[in-house]
Design a protein around this ligand. Structure first.
Ligand SMILES: [Zn+2]
Length: 399
């Protein structure tokens, strides 16, 4: 295992993006320790929601915001804001940050409140077919520590998950956290909110079970969430790598995260909401058939986009891989009318220009009116997937 120095600050946590746990199709938090039962709209749950709304508003304000501004931003009463901020100050999540220059109605400057970034932290992991990455973020989503280790995709998952648990212990050693003190939102009981875990699909994020992951035969049927919770004692939220990628930063309300690493996939935000599909398996973009008589794919079919890309890359033909990916992206834009495509994945990011050029060309050639249906291409960072996974853990606090 190698431990890297802290990475540069991450992009802000995905405010403006559908925060995972606030969407109707958000990960099922009912199975996460410390969360409330679904449908139990009790006072405690209401308190959690209001606390989360205040925390989101403070985070969005950045440098500091007053209680009066918080009431306006959240729609809560001044009395509620006063109680909530007192609680969050006592928990160490907020701190007073001086006074505003603008005087309130009373003529006195208002006390500003801001988030304490290191009051809690979140973990995000990415299980790839060749590497396991783990990072820790503060409450703003900035990466404060990272570790990674190579893995054998044909290996048994147990020892790999044991290594993940060891990395978790190493990265959280200075937080004095143990399984028994994992932070429960709003209680101040510990410092690590949880572990977001991203991996290739198919993955049922509701029951936390992997289904026939291509290239990882021994992982089929694995109760991933349970296995990692048992090893770490932390609340674990599982997510497909591509969905974690699309959640890693704010962006258009109609966007796709297109991933080319050791596989091909896409994460989707449509109408401002992350899309997981009926069985949480939306985004199997790499297994659209582009050539029915094409090369066999690890999924059992032939001529999938992923099979075409990987076959081209094995022979050093980046141009062919780029052309196949570009065709897939043009199909995706025609089907879903996204206006932003975020490109990610280690293979693509190692040499992005040919892919971007091919995608621009395919969009120009295949969209009926490419000026009207303009698509912005952006690049994700190499840490987008584990950062998106950590954002899931942060959603335990921010909603
Ligand atoms: Zn396939």
């Amino acid at each position: 295992m190698t431990t890297d120095p802290p990475a540069p600050p991450a992009p802000p946590a995905p405010s403006g993006t559908p925060a995972p746990a606030s969407s109707s199709d958000a990960p099922d938090r009912s199975s996460a320790p410390g969360s409330s039962a679904p449908g139990a709209l009790n006072l405690a749950l209401l308190r959690d929601r209001n606390d989360a709304a205040v925390l989101r508003a403070v985070r969005a304000a950045g440098d500091g915001t007053s209680r009066v501004e918080l009431a306006v931003r959240t729609g809560l009463t001044a009395q509620a804001i006063s109680k909530i901020t007192a609680r969050l100050l006592a928990d160490g999540l907020l701190t007073e940050a001086g006074r505003s220059h603008v005087a309130g109605r009373s003529g006195k400057p208002r006390t500003l409140l801001r988030l304490v970034p290191d009051a809690r932290s979140a973990l995000g992991a990415e299980i790839g077919r060749r590497e396991l990455q783990l990072l820790r973020t503060d409450l703003t989503g900035a990466v404060v520590a990272r570790a990674r280790t190579p893995i054998d995709p044909d290996g048994e998952p147990g020892p790999i998950l044991d290594r993940l648990a060891a990395m978790v212990r190493e990265l959280t050693a200075d937080t004095a956290d143990t399984a028994a003190t994992a932070a429960t939102p709003g209680t101040g009981g510990g410092r690590v909110l949880g572990l977001g875990l991203a991996c290739p699909g198919p993955l049922d994020t509701r029951d936390g079970i992997l289904h026939q992951v291509t290239g990882m035969p021994r992982w089929h049927g694995l109760h991933l969430r349970e296995a990692v919770q048992d090893r770490t004692g932390l609340p674990v939220l599982v997510e497909k790598n591509t969905t974690a990628g699309v959640l890693s930063r704010p962006g258009s309300d109609h966007r796709a995260f297109v991933y080319l690493g050791d596989g091909v996939g896409a994460g989707l935000v449509l109408g401002g909401r992350v899309q997981r599909g009926a069985r949480t398996n939306a985004g199997e973009f790499g297994h659209q058939c582009l050539a029915p008589d094409g090369p066999p794919c690890a999924c059992g079919a032939r001529g999938c986009l992923e099979a075409l890309c990987l076959a081209a890359l094995r022979t050093g033909r980046t141009d062919r891989a780029a052309a196949a990916l570009a065709l897939g992206v043009a199909n995706l834009v025609r089907l879903l009318d996204v206006e932003e495509v975020v490109l990610g994945g280690a293979t693509l990011l190692a040499d992005p220009e040919p892919y971007e050029a091919a995608i621009r060309e395919a969009l120009a050639a295949r969209l009926p009116d490419p000026h009207w249906q303009h698509v912005t291409l952006t690049r994700a960072t190499a840490l987008a997937v584990p950062q998106g996974a950590a954002a899931l853990a942060l959603s335990r606090l921010f909603g």
